[in-house]
Design a binder for this molecule. Structure first.
Ligand SMILES: C[S@@+](CC[C@H](N)C(=O)[O-])C[C@H]1O[C@@H](n2cnc3c(N)ncnc32)[C@H](O)[C@@H]1O
Length: 312
């Protein structure tokens, strides 16, 4: 392998991945720019459709090339290009899609004339449809049977995480069912302790924790072509994997390296493993001052459907 591991290489990921030996990486996690005009340090996030799609195919081809035969590729992408990139991955590159996960997050940017963005797509692709790493034991969550109903038939090992609309999971009548295929982790907002502070797209460590734990083993090599604030690499290090990252911006790369230097293998992941603990329950309305609710929460019986509530 011409590229050193356990570091962030500053520069273009396509050129960088070309120097990584074929079939040498266990897991690629990629969170590319979504081509929505986001203000990055160096990258221009407003490309013509055709050029963005051609570029996406180029870097995805390299991701495919460096993956081992039993390797896994996770792709985070917005609505705009999710469908096209899934077709590129499956029809053009021959990857198999195991899951199309929706990551629902709070603290997204408020929109004025459309619904505010509160989810991203997470595609779980594998190179070989039959042979791949999937550590289900490492990512199981308590089931509703265990948590809510104390049902004796509940599998004591819990169940695998599961698509549903959830506005504020902590306000659901019986709490958020962590076993849904809508994954709830708040975005890393400006006030969060976890926030590295130099990159607006920092992903939550707990989200990467689920991906890295399920799709790789200790000692495996994890590659992120778009390192950004280095979340993937930080979690890989904490979970005792090897890592290799690429980042176009020298400033992000430098700060990402500093973030990595400040953590040790085996350190706990930032953020609450149980997302319900990371945001206040507003079940009884938003509380101002001495516990005065400002808005009454609708009871399930107020609604034809009891899954959506109007408390923001
Ligand atoms: C959405 S951000 C990644 C955020 C990251 N997942 C995190 O948690 O911080 C995308 C990153 O890709 C970088 N980038 C854009 N084009 C690139 C390229 N050709 N090669 C490497 N990095 C690139 C941008 O500078 C930006 O930091």
């Amino acid at each position: 392998m011409a590229q050193a591991t356990n570091r962030i290489h500053c520069g273009d990921c396509i050129a960088g991945m070309k120097k990584v030996s074929a079939a040498s990486v266990d897991l690629v996690f990629a969170d590319p720019p979504f081509n929505i005009g986001y203000d990055y340090d160096q990258y221009d996030d407003k490309q013509q459709d055709e050029s963005y799609l051609a570029w996406s195919k180029d870097w995805m081809e390299q991701a495919w090339r460096v993956l081992k035969d039993d390797g896994t590729f996770w792709l985070a992408i917005g609505d705009e290009y999710a469908a096209e990139l899934k077709v590129t991955a499956t029809r053009e590159l021959g990857l198999t899609c195991r899951s199309w996960v929706i990551w629902y997050y709070t603290f997204g940017v408020n929109c004025k004339f459309k619904f505010s963005r509160s989810h991203a797509h997470l595609f779980h692709f594998v190179k070989d449809a039959k042979r791949f790493t999937f550590n289900d034991e490492d990512i199981r969550v308590p089931s509703a049977r265990q948590l809510v109903y104390a049902d004796a038939r509940a599998n004591p090992r819990g169940r695998l995480p599961d698509d549903t609309w959830i506005l504020r999971p902590q306000d659901l009548p019986e709490g958020f069912e962590a076993d849904g295929d809508v994954w709830y982790f708040p975005r890393v907002a400006g006030t969060f302790k976890e926030r590295a502070g130099f990159h607006g797209c920092q992903m939550p460590e707990q989200l990467l924790g689920r991906i890295i734990r399920s799709s790789s083993n200790e000692g495996d090599l994890v590659l992120d072509p778009f390192a950004g604030s280095a979340t993937t690499l930080a979690v890989a290090k904490k979970l005792r994997r090897k890592w290799i990252g690429f980042e176009l911006s020298d400033e992000y790369a430098k700060q990402g390296e500093e973030r990595l230097d400040n953590i040790k293998r085996g350190d706990p992941l930032n953020g609450a493993a149980d997302p319900l603990k990371s945001a206040p329950d507003t079940r009884n309305g938003k509380v101002r001052g001495e516990g005065q609710p400002t808005r009454r929460r609708r009871k399930p019986s107020d609604n034809a459907s009891n899954t959506l509530f109007d408390v923001g």
